[in-house]
Unconditional design. Sequence first.
Length: 82
Amino acid sequence: MFPVMSALDSDGNGEISPEEIKGAVAALKKLDKNKDGKLTEDELRPNFGGRGGASGQRPSGRGEGRGEGRGGQRPSRPSPGE
């Protein structure tokens, strides 16, 4: 579930009721991780965890992390004992 939905849907029923809308300001303030009074994309982005680097995203396939200069092939791993 997206952080905004999780914050606003306090009873977890998948809907944002009129009562939950009334409490939206307080709920959104809980998402302000660095307490600067603003919500950034990073604070609103779901955290899926797992692998993928610091941002949680995988390489786009445009050369990043793909062994650019080798025809797009991944770099080989050394064999055990090398």
